[in-house]
Each structure stands twice: as structure tokens, then as C-alpha cells.
Design a protein around this ligand. Structure first.
Ligand code: FES
Ligand code: ZN
Ligand code: ZN
Length: 304
């Protein structure tokens, strides 16, 4: 099996593009694809300061690495969620990565704000860890970016993540979520930093191969709270479809952005009209008190 572009043997076959590539051409294929995504969807420019939310996993580390390689001013923020051994191990990977590639990474501890980590918060509130975790992570990332003058907030969502979310939102016709699903979420409020997903067109498999070839050491285990998650079930189904019909995932996602999304704009507008400052922290919310402050208040009450 020969590389499409040179005489070397291919190390990977990308069925969605009908391409076989050697190591060198695979790495440049991924970097060019990310660069093209940035330019085509106007995610940011070299003048922007970009903050990447880092989990210690392949996708977020790849995002910081690739953006740096492409010459964008990028820093990382690792949020220590306080999920036992998993958090310790993922933090180690993030710190090691920062040292290895000399990329600035900040660390923010959830415990600093709440006195306890995600696991304890979910027990105290009797809520699923992933739902409190999502609220807390989004809030901290945006606040940190805003307060430290970053103009863009990037996350490492890959194509498989995006397609599984889209699939799930379509199954239950979640208009509000469908309206907000995109590679770029423009800035709609002075205190809400623009959000982007530069790896949205790169699959999980491509991302894993990229990290391994670039010797990026990442945490391979999933968060223990993700066990049995519906998103994993959907990803498996979508991979089965992809196996039979290569490039379905990419088409489903891109066609939604090109053709489907516009039908949900009303839901987006309705939400934006409702945004006003949270009574406690001042960050925009559609409620009287934002979800983050509500969780914080509840935790304080229950811990006494
Ligand atoms: Fe948030 Fe697992 S990463 S609960
Ligand atoms: Zn080649
Ligand atoms: Zn608030």
C-alpha cells in the first residue's frame, strides 16, 4: 500500500477521502485540514489570543499543538475537576505536555471555588456528575478567557463528538441545542467569548493517530463518569454506518451546517433576547441567577 503523494508506504487509510498516506503526508494532511477549517469558517486570525480548554485527552492537546504549529497565539487551560485518580492522571499529562512542547498552560481548580470536586458536588446535589461538570467547565472556561483578555475560546471537539451530539439532538428535536451546534459560535455578548472547534472535521481515529505520531502523550481512559454514556452508544452506531458508507459522518455534519441549521435560528434568537446579567456574578444567563451560581449556592448550603 503506497502513499498517494510519494513513494513511501502508507501507514493509514482514510476511507472517507479515499486516501492512503505515509506518516509525513498524514501529519500535513491533518494540519492543512485544520488550517482550512479555520480559514473557511473564519474561526480566528493571527491577531487573536486563543485559549484552549484542556482535558489531558488527545483532542484538546492536539488542538493546542496544531494551533501553535500553525502560528496562532495559543495557551491552554486545564481545569482540575477533582475526580479522584482520573483527574490526577490527566493533570499529569497536561503538565508533561506543556513542558515537552514549551506551551503555556494554566491550571484552575474546581475545589478552589467549591471546596470540593465534581464527584462530591454531584453527590451533594443528587445530580448526574456530567451535567454539573458541563455547567462548571463552560462557565470557568468563559470567565477565565474573558478576564484574561483572550479573544477566542477553543475546545477539542472532534467530528465523532459533533456527529454524536447532532444525532442525539435530532432524535429528540432539541431545537435550542440544534440552533447552537456549529464549528463557530460568534460572540453574542460582551462577556461571552467567541467559541470555536478547530478539530470539528477531524475524526477520533485521525486525532488518535496524529497524537501518537507526534509523540503527544495523552490520557487514554475515559472519565469514570462517562461509563455507559449515551454518547458512546451513539458513536458506536455511527461508526457502524460509516463502515458501510464511508464519509456519512462528515456529510451528515456539514450538510446540517450548510442546509439544516438555518431552520433553527428562531430558537437561537429567542435565547439571545433573554440574555441578561446573573444577579450574583454578572455573567450573562437566561435565568435570574446563572446555573453556576445556583450550584455554588446549593453546595455551600448543603456543606453547612
Ligand atoms: Fe466531567 Fe467526566 S469529565 S464528569
Ligand atoms: Zn507520502
Ligand atoms: Zn452567576
Amino acid at each position: 500500500m503506497k502513499c498517494r503523494f510519494c513513494n513511501k508506504s502508507a501507514i493509514i487509510k482514510l476511507r472517507a477521502y479515499n486516501l492512503k498516506l505515509c506518516e509525513e503526508h498524514f501529519l500535513s494532511f491533518i494540519e492543512k485540514r485544520v488550517e482550512k477549517t479555520i480559514k473557511k469558517y473564519r474561526l480566528f486570525s493571527p491577531e487573536d489570543r486563543i485559549l484552549v480548554g484542556i482535558s489531558g485527552g488527545k483532542d484538546s492537546l492536539n488542538t493546542v499543538y496544531i494551533l501553535n504549529t500553525l502560528g496562532y497565539k495559543t495557551e491552554g487551560l486545564y481545569i482540575d475537576l477533582g475526580i479522584g485518580e482520573y483527574s490526577l492522571r490527566s493533570k499529569e499529562k497536561a503538565v508533561k505536555f506543556a513542558r515537552q512542547f514549551n506551551i503555556p498552560i494554566h491550571i484552575y481548580e474546581v475545589k478552589k471555588d467549591f471546596g470540593v470536586g465534581i464527584t462530591e458536588i454531584s453527590l451533594l446535589l443528587r445530580r448526574k456528575p456530567c451535567s454539573v461538570c458541563g455547567v462548571i467547565k463552560r462557565y470557568i472556561l468563559n470567565k477565565f478567557a474573558f478576564e484574561n483578555n483572550f479573544t477566542v475560546l477553543a475546545t477539542g471537539h472532534n467530528l465523532d463528538d459533533e456527529v454524536a451530539t447532532l444525532f442525539s439532538n435530532v432524535l429528540s428535536w432539541q431545537e435550542g441545542y440544534l440552533a447552537r451546534q456549529d464549528i463557530l459560535l460568534p460572540q453574542k455578548h460582551e462577556k461571552l467569548v467567541k467559541k470555536v472547534k478547530p478539530l470539528a472535521l477531524i475524526t477520533e481515529k485521525e486525532s488518535a493517530a496524529y497524537a501518537i505520531l507526534r509523540q503527544i502523550d495523552y490520557i487514554r481512559e475515559e472519565c469514570p463518569n462517562a461509563k455507559g454514556a449515551t454518547s458512546i452508544f451513539y458513536k458506536n452506531i455511527l461508526n457502524q454506518i460509516e463502515e458501510k458508507q464511508p464519509s456519512t459522518k462528515l456529510r451528515f455534519y456539514l450538510d446540517f451546517i450548510r442546509k439544516g441549521k438555518k431552520y433553527f435560528e428562531r430558537a437561537l434568537k429567542e435565547r439571545e433576547d433573554k440574555l441578561h446579567p446573573c444577579k450574583v456574578c454578572g455573567y450573562p444567563t437566561t435565568r435570574e441567577i446563572c446555573q453556576y451560581c445556583t450550584i455554588k449556592n446549593e453546595v455551600q448550603k448543603r456543606r453547612g
